[in-house]
Write a protein that binds this ligand. Structure first.
Ligand code: DC
Length: 227
């Protein structure tokens, strides 16, 4: 059967990765969490005291970063490796949440990560989620989704997710972080978050993950069979 590229973009905490993982599993496609790559770079900068306001430090640091994804048999998805080390848990810490949008706005960082993401396109059968996947990384993708949800629902979902991970955080902190990230992600100069002209918008405020999965799978099969 023909394989396609599916992109899922949207604001923070809309459930993009949850949906992308499910669809990738259903179709037996590769799932790529592009946000994890920006998070891993941010984690590296923080750990190595890189001043990311200084371009020379950024350029030098990037030369020492290698990113890979490794299959995680426990949950059936993939974990990110930073220079061979599994940093999947570390990149979800609040300190990374607080700095990642600033790092993701840096031109040299995006050139590096986008090139890494595009390497995946040689073979189709990819579901990738992020902010600029349908607009910049895979502008010719066969199926592009722009996911939205009400701010309140997004805060609640992310709050519950962090609680489940044992993180000490308040709803107010999550709300402030979501707002700050959305602001930076949509206002940055280089490839800001926006809906691609040919993306289909899905507001999942009142949809369960099963409902979203079914909706997207129907769209995907439509594309796979009719392209
Ligand atoms: O999807 P996420 O919350 O894990 O993404 C973390 C940050 O990375 C997000 O605030 C913006 C940035 N990002 C980006 O700029 N472009 C992408 N394709 C994915 C994420």
């Amino acid at each position: 059967m023909k394989k396609i590229i599916i992109t899922i973009d949207g604001y923070s905490s809309c459930g993009k990765s949850t949906l992308a993982k499910k669809i990738a599993k259903d179709l037996n496609y590769v799932f790529v969490d592009s946000g994890a790559m920006y998070r891993a770079v941010t984690h590296y900068f923080l750990k190595n005291n890189i001043d990311w306001t200084k371009t020379d430090q950024v350029i030098d640091a990037i030369k020492h970063i290698s990113l890979q994804f490794e299959y995680n048999a426990q949950n059936g998805t993939s974990d990110i490796l930073l220079n061979g080390e599994n940093v999947e848990a570390a990149i979800r810490e609040m300190v990374v949440n607080e700095n990642v949008s600033e790092v993701a706005a840096i031109k040299e960082v995006r050139e590096f990560t986008v090139a890494e993401q595009q390497k995946n396109s040689i073979e189709k059968g990819i579901v990738m989620d992020g902010r600029d996947i349908g607009t910049v990384v895979f502008p010719d993708a066969e199926l592009k989704i722009f996911l939205t949800a009400s701010p309140e629902v997004r805060v609640e979902r992310r709050y519950q997710q962090l609680l489940a991970q044992g993180k000490q955080v308040t709803r107010e902190e999550v709300r402030i972080n979501n707002e700050k990230r959305d602001y930076i992600d949509t206002h940055r100069e280089i490839s800001p978050l926006r809906k691609a002209i040919d993306a289909i918008e899905i507001d999942n405020t009142n949809l369960t993950t099963d409902e979203q999965e079914k909706l997207l799978l129907d769209m995907a099969y439509e594309k796979i069979l009719n392209n």
